[in-house]
Ligand binder design. Structure first.
Ligand code: ADP
Length: 624
């Protein structure tokens, strides 16, 4: 155990010994300041180098373990050329950095690189130098001193022109935009050389001899099938310098032709795209090389190969504007700034709307199905009601058989007596023809009475489908009274009927409403009969109150037991020994099927009172 403990302690000591010094060193390193001087070719914001300077600065700060003291200067003389302004600039820089010389100098672009290289005997002697973003044709690569290195690039205008013709095969003309500074003049020659290979396919138009503003005007009305190749516009034919992206932006705003370029420092708003230098790639490499040199490596040992164009990339918005098909792009092309389609843009809202519509659709179809089922159920229940009511009518008529028989027997008996009397009269030699005529008239009247009884009976017993029509409730009541009179008379009961003089039209089924009145009157007659009351009267009245048609049926019977008032309308509720208990249940079902209401109560005088309330057709028409 002791041995084990010793081993662990030894291991920990070794670890501390190994880690702490390097951490201390790193801490010390991070406190150290490294002075970096960036030399711009034209100005801090001249394209494309302004973009490189910015990205190199960002990457240096990101990669460097030291604190970076970064300063930059611009070679203003590069705009017009000439060595005269260079001399005071050299003196200025020498004076500025005599006390604290930079640890490294980074020249961006060919003009700045050429300037430092030419004046190396007087400027930044012995200080490491990186020439960055310089086309290899613009510097002497063969005899670079040991403390200089280069992040070179390799222009390929041939590929740029080829790309234009590939993505827009109809192109007949390429306008090359290029300025007049010494650097731009150099490139004009190179551009013309590369363009020569395409002379048979397209016409090249060179703009270097006209001021940029003049070209802008012309660019508004370029002939169809023209493309613009944007090289540089640092200084135009009028000697005007163009900083930032202003020149390109102006051209993009007015030009009627698509613009291509070779450097993605110009990409992002105004140009279509193609194979281009990647500002990020070149800047990252420059910063990484600078850090290695600051860390003690010799510049001559870090000389990467010239950087070529990165993979082609295109601006989707420009492709849309100029009708460039995706299938025309070179293989491996990236499409950027693709505007999301309506689905991608509003996917959440659209999904929610779709879900809501689906739910709504589901609810609507569910409700429709429910309505359909309810309709079917209603139709079915009406059919059942019709059948039940028909059965109920049969049983009511059964109860009325005695009085119906009596009612039929009376005219039939009279007919027989009158017929026999007529026969006797005809046996005499001189029958009284006047009397015979009277007898025959009596026979006809009695026959009509009997026919009327049968007609009423048939009308009650007929089975008809439920049919809503405008019917006169007064007439319905009168018909039932006519039918039931014989029965009440047979039972020695007075049937009083007082119908209102106002129109009592309701919408309903005539046969079923007849049955309602019939059931209530039959019940009243039976109640009086069973109770053997001394006062024997059933009164039926009709009335119209607030557009509600009312039929009241009261009797002088014993009334309904207080405890039964709530149950009398329940199916199978009966207090009669032979009763079925369906009469009032059917009454309530029929009345409610007519959107009406029926109530039962006891009169203070002792009998029962039933009131039927139905919406009058007049009231309905007012409502609807
Ligand atoms: P049923 O006549 O076969 O008994 P109903 O449904 O027609 O069936 O009547 C149910 C019950 O209501 C009756 O048994 C009776 O007790 C009571 N009833 C109905 N009408 C009257 C009335 N006018 N007076 C007293 N009781 C009544």
């Amino acid at each position: 155990m002791v041995a084990m403990d010793l081993v662990i302690r030894l291991f920990v000591c070794l670890l501390v010994w190994a880690i702490i010094p390097s951490e201390l060193a790193r801490g010390a390193q991070s406190r150290e300041i490294k002075r970096v001087l960036i030399l711009n070719s034209f100005g801090q914001d001249f394209r494309p180098w302004g973009a490189y300077a910015k990205a190199i600065r960002e990457n240096l700060e990101r990669l460097s373990p030291w604190q970076i003291d970064l300063r930059d200067h611009s070679l203003v003389s590069a705009r017009s050329g000439g060595e005269k302004p260079e001399l005071p600039f050299i003196d200025y820089l020498t004076a500025l950095y005599s006390e604290h010389p930079p640890d490294i100098v980074i020249a961006i672009g060919a003009p700045a690189s050429n300037f430092v290289q030419h004046n190396r005997q007087r400027l930044f002697i012995g200080i490491p130098l990186i020439l960055s973003a310089v086309e290899q044709r613009r510097v002497q690569l063969s005899n670079l001193p040991d403390n200089e290195t280069i992040i070179a690039v390799s222009h390929d205008f041939h590929l740029s022109f080829e790309t234009i013709l590939r993505v827009l095969p109809e192109t007949k003309r390429i306008v090359v935009v290029n300025g007049t500074s010494p650097n731009e003049k150099f490139w004009l020659g190179e551009l013309r050389k590369d363009a020569a290979a395409f002379n048979k396919k397209v016409e090249f138009i060179w703009t270097d001899d006209i001021p940029f503003q003049q070209f802008l005007e012309k660019s508004e009305t370029l002939p169809a099938n023209t493309a613009i190749f944007w090289h540089l516009m640092n200084v135009d034919a009028a000697g005007i310098s163009y900083e930032g992206n202003n020149a390109l932006r102006q051209l993009h705003e007015v030009s009627n032709a698509p613009i291509f370029s070779y450097d993605d420092g110009f990409f992002g708003n105004d140009i279509v795209g193609g194979p281009m230098y990647s500002v990020l790639e070149i800047s990252r490499l420059t910063a990484a090389v600078a850090v290695r040199i600051l860390n003690g490596e010799r510049p001559r040992d870090i000389r990467p190969a010239a950087i070529k164009y990165a993979g082609p990339k295109f601006d989707w918005r420009e492709m849309q504007r100029w009708g460039i098909r995706e299938s025309n792009l070179p293989p491996g092309s990236k499409i950027l700034f693709r505007e999301p389609g309506i689905w991608e843009k509003y996917s959440v809202s659209l999904s929610l709307i779709t879900i809501v519509i689906l739910i709504q659709g589901g609810l609507i179809s569910g409700l429709l199905r429910e309505r359909h089922r309810r309709r079917l159920a209603e139709v079915e229940s009406r059919k059942r009601l019709v059948e039940l009511a028909h059965l109920n009518r049969h049983s009511t008529v059964g109860e009325l058989t005695a009085s119906i028989t009596h009612e039929l027997n009376q005219p039939l008996g009279s007919i027989l007596t009158n017929a026999e009397t007529a026969e006797l009269m005809l046996t005499s030699s001189s029958p009284d023809l006047g009397q015979l005529r009277e007898i025959i008239a009596d026979i006809r009247r009695d026959d009509q009475r009997a026919s009327e009884v049968i007609r009423r009976l048939r009308s009650v017993l007929r089975k008809t489908p439920f049919e809503m029509k405008c019917i006169d409730l007064n007439e319905t009541v009168r018909q039932v009274i006519g039918f039931i009179t014989a029965m009440s008379r047979a039972r020695n009961i007075i049937l009083r009927c007082v119908t209102t003089s106002v129109d009592l039209t309701v919408k309903g089924d005539a046969v079923q409403l007849q049955q309602v009145v019939l059931n209530l009157i039959v019940n009243a007659v039976e109640a009086i009969s069973e109770a053997d009351s001394s006062e024997r009267e059933v009164s039926v009245t009709t009335n119209l109150s607030d557009d509600i048609a009312e039929i009241s049926i009261s009797d002088t019977g014993p009334g309904i037991a207080a405890g039964d008032l709530k149950s009398v309308f329940n199916p199978f509720f009966t207090t009669k020994p032979q009763g079925v208990g369906m009469g009032l249940a059917i009454v309530r079902t029929i009345v409610e099927a007519h959107q009406g209401h029926v109530s039962a109560a006891n009169l203070s005088s002792g009998g029962a009172l039933f009131v039927i309330r139905l919406p009058s057709a007049r009231g309905r028409s007012i409502l609807t």
